[in-house]
Design a protein around this ligand. Structure first.
Ligand SMILES: Cc1cc2nc3c(=O)[nH]c(=O)nc-3n(C[C@H](O)[C@H](O)[C@H](O)COP(=O)(O)O)c2cc1C
Length: 195
């Protein structure tokens, strides 16, 4: 698969087989992550590569607890509102049982923290597709990146004191066929200026 095809056919996967991602493939994905561009070539992303089912389960539990304590109204961003409402009901899962979660932290207060994380996450998702793996951006840890319990727990996993999570990605083998259909366009706009 060439680079353009890997970009065009990447789609989000939300149902995974439990099989772990092989070390060779994970190494390639992490290579793609650290080769991503960064503002001023800062290279300040910190990749927390989580393959422990127990750690993922704990993060899911802590996330559910944090969302359940929040309130949403009609002005709340729809996905966040869904997370809050689902957490209040119980049984909220945001990782779709993926065997691998990579939380991307960066320096708090650094102006390009989200942009740099996004470049690295997109590189990882494209690499995953090229390696016949599914992936999906996961935003819950960013929404909750100032939650004291989650911050404390992430610090026990290696996150530095001056870092926060600005994005995350799950990766694994899809439970069914990998969806590689082209996405129907409904909102992007391109304006060509030639003269
Ligand atoms: C910044 C960002 C945040 C996202 N957060 C989530 C998320 O928390 N959970 C999820 O299932 N998908 C999430 N997605 C995936 C989008 O829903 C998905 O990319 C979009 O619907 C287009 O579908 P595609 O990825 O299959 O092309 C996120 C994507 C981006 C870029």
């Amino acid at each position: 698969m060439d680079a353009i095809e890997a970009i065009l056919t990447r789609r989000s996967t939300r149902n995974y087989r439990p099989d772990p991602v092989e070390k060779e493939k994970l190494d390639r994905i992490l290579e793609a992550a650290v080769q991503a561009p960064s503002g001023g070539n800062n290279q300040s992303c910190h990749f927390l590569v989580i393959q422990s089912r127990d750690v993922i389960r704990k993060l899911v539990e802590m996330t559910e607890r944090a969302f359940a304590g929040m309130e949403a109204d009609e002005n709340t961003y729809a996905s966040l509102r869904h997370s809050i409402e689902a957490s209040k009901k119980g049984g909220y899962v945001f990782c779709y049982n993926a065997p691998l979660l990579i939380a991307v932290a960066n320096r708090k207060g650094y102006g390009n923290n989200i942009a740099d994380c996004a470049c690295a996450i997109e590189n990882m998702m494209i690499a995953a597709n090229a390696l016949d793996l599914g992936s999906c951006w996961i935003n819950q840890l960013r929404w909750l990146n100032e939650d004291p319990c989650l911050v404390e727990y992430l610090q026990t996993l290696g996150m530095e004191e001056n870092e926060r999570v600005y994005g995350a990605v799950i990766i694994g083998y899809p439970a069914g066929e990998l969806n590689r259909s082209l996405m129907k366009q409904k909102g992007n706009k391109i304006t060509l200026i030639n003269e």
